[in-house]
Design a protein around this ligand. Structure first.
Ligand code: ATP
Ligand SMILES: Nc1nc2c(ncn2[C@@H]2O[C@H](COP(=O)(O)O)[C@@H](O)[C@H]2O)c(=O)[nH]1
Length: 399
C-alpha cells in the first residue's frame, strides 16, 4: 500500500468505502475516525483468502500494521464495514453462516486503550457479534483450598456442553495429576512476561509467589465453542476482570471457618508446609477483600459440598436467559448488498441494488442493546427481516 493515503471513494459522508480490484480479487473497506483511517482488507481469491487490518495516520502520512487482538473472523468472499460509534466498526461478512457474519472491529474501546498502553503500538481488537442475551461468563474466586476447583469440576461434569473452563497460564510447577493445556498452560516466567507485554492477557496476577493469568485466547476458545466460560482466578484477578469490558458474574467462595480451610489445604497434600503457610497467610487478606461489598455479586459458603453445589446451580440458573430467537431463519448476507445506519439501527439491503430484485430483502440490525466487547463476544444483537424500513439506500457493497 506504500505511503499513499487510502482513497476514500464513494459515499464518504458515511465514512465507509469499499474498493474492489477484480484482477487481484482483493477488496478493502476504509473507515475514517479522527486522524486515522482503518483499512480492513480481504481477498476473495480462494487460495489466499484472508482478512487484515492496516491503519493510516493522516497526521504523519504513515501506514502501520496494528497489533490485532482477539479471534479474527474467518475470511469471506467480501464484507462491508460501517462505523457505529467512535470506538467500533461493524463488519458484515458476505456469504457467511448466520452465526458468523456480524463482527466488530474495536479501535478505541476501553480494552483497546489499555492494551495500546501496554503494548506501545497501535492496537485493534476483533469481537464476534452474537444475537440475543447470551449468558455471562462466571468468575469464581476464593482462598486456596476452599473448594473452587472441586465445585467447577462438578459443574463441568454435569453440564459438559454448557460450561467451558478458561485454562489459565501459570509459572508454577504442575502437580502430579495436572495436565498441561487442561488444568493450566504451564509456562516459563520469561515467556509469560513477554506474552503479557504483547497484550495476550485479559488479566494477570502474582499469586502465592507465582505468575497466573487468563489469556484472551482462553476465554475466546470457550465462547467460540458456544459454551459459558468459567474462570477460576484469585481476588486480584477478579478485580482486574471487573475493571475490564468482560461482563461477568462474580462469585466468591468462603470456607465455613479458617480451621476448615487449613484442614482442606493440608489434606489435599499438594503443597509443602512452607507453601501451605504462605497460602493461609494470603487467605486472610483474600477473605477480607472477597467479603467486603462491591467486588463480588454473590458469596457462597462451601461447608457441605453438595449443599454449596446446589446453591451454585440455583444461582447460575437465576442468571440464565430465556430461549428466544433473535434472528430470522433466512438471515444470510449475499455478496451484493448495501448497508446504511441510522441511530442504533443498521439496515442491510440484500439483492440487486438492494431494492428491485425479486430476491431483494432487507434486514435490520438493532444495536441498541449491545453488551460486552473484546476480549470476548459482543452480545445483544437483534436482527429482524422484511420491512419496509424507511431508510435511504446509498451505501456500498461488493459489486
Ligand atoms: N465442601 C467440602 N468439604 C470438604 N472438603 C472439600 C470441600 N470442598 C472441597 N474439598 C476438598 O478440599 C480440598 C481443596 O479443594 P480444591 O482443590 O477444590 O480447592 P481450590 O479452592 O480449588 O484450591 P486452589 O485455589 O488452591 O486451587 C480438596 O482436597 C477437596 O477435595
Ligand atoms: N489472577 C489469577 N489467578 C488465578 C488464575 N488461575 C488460577 N488462579 C488462582 O491462583 C490460586 C492458586 O491456584 P493453584 O492452582 O496454584 O492452587 C487460586 O486462587 C486460583 O484461583 C489466573 O489465571 N489468574
Amino acid at each position: 500500500m506504500g505511503e499513499e493515503a487510502p482513497e476514500l471513494i464513494g459515499n464518504t459522508d458515511r465514512n465507509s468505502v469499499l474498493g474492489y480490484d477484480p484482477e487481484s480479487k482483493d477488496y478493502s473497506s476504509s473507515i475514517a475516525i479522527g486522524d486515522k483511517i482503518y483499512v480492513v482488507g480481504g481477498s476473495d481469491d480462494d487460495a489466499n483468502a484472508s482478512i487484515s487490518v492496516k491503519v493510516f495516520d493522516k497526521l504523519n502520512g504513515k501506514w502501520s500494521n496494528p497489533t490485532v487482538l482477539g479471534t479474527k473472523p474467518t475470511p469471506s468472499k467480501g464484507h462491508s464495514a460501517i462505523l457505529i460509534n467512535k470506538e467500533q466498526i461493524l463488519i458484515i461478512k458476505s456469504d457467511s453462516s448466520p452465526d458468523d457474519c456480524i463482527w466488530f472491529l474495536e479501535v478505541d474501546t476501553q480494552f483497546v486503550k489499555q492494551q495500546r498502553q501496554l503494548v506501545g503500538t497501535e492496537v485493534v481488537a476483533w469481537s464476534k457479534g452474537i444475537t440475543g442475551d447470551a449468558p455471562k461468563p462466571i468468575v469464581i474466586s476464593g482462598p486456596s483450598g476452599v473448594g473452587k476447583g472441586t465445585l467447577i469440576a462438578k459443574l463441568m461434569k454435569e453440564y459438559p456442553t454448557t460450561f467451558g473452563f478458561s485454562v489459565s497460564h501459570t509459572t508454577r510447577a504442575p502437580r502430579e495429576k495436572e495436565v498441561n493445556g487442561v488444568h493450566y498452560h504451564f509456562t516459563e516466567r520469561n515467556i509469560m512476561e513477554k506474552d503479557i507485554r504483547d497484550g495476550k492477557f485479559l488479566e494477570t496476577a502474582a499469586v502465592h509467589g507465582n505468575l497466573y493469568g487468563t489469556s484472551i485466547e482462553a476465554v475466546e476458545a470457550v465462547t467460540n465453542a458456544g459454551k459459558r466460560c468459567i474462570l477460576d482466578i484469585d481476588v486480584q484477578g477478579a478485580r482486574s476482570v471487573r475493571a475490564s469490558s468482560l461482563e461477568a458474574i462474580f462469585i466468591f467462595i468462603c470456607p465455613p471457618s479458617f480451621e476448615e480451610l487449613e484442614k482442606r489445604l493440608r489434606s489435599r497434600g499438594t503443597e509443602t508446609e512452607e507453601q501451605v503457610q504462605k497460602r493461609l497467610r494470603n487467605a486472610k487478606a483474600e477473605l477480607d477483600q472477597g467479603t467486603s461489598p462491591g467486588l463480588f455479586d454473590h458469596i457462597l459458603v462451601n461447608g457441605d459440598l453438595e449443599t454449596c453445589y446446589e446453591n451454585l446451580k440455583k444461582l447460575l440458573a437465576l442468571e440464565e436467559c430465556t430461549d428466544v430467537s433473535y434472528q430470522p431463519d433466512n438471515f444470510k448476507v449475499p455478496l451484493c448488498h448495501s448497508v446504511t445506519k441510522k441511530d442504533h439501527k443498521v439496515l442491510i439491503h440484500c439483492g440487486n441494488n438492494g431494492l428491485e430484485s425479486e430476491t431483494a430483502r432487507t434486514f435490520m440490525l438493532d444495536l441498541s442493546l449491545l453488551k460486552g466487547s473484546a476480549p470476548g463476544r459482543t452480545r445483544g444483537l437483534y436482527i429482524s427481516a422484511g420491512g419496509p424500513f424507511t431508510e435511504n439506500v446509498n451505501g456500498m457493497g461488493q459489486v
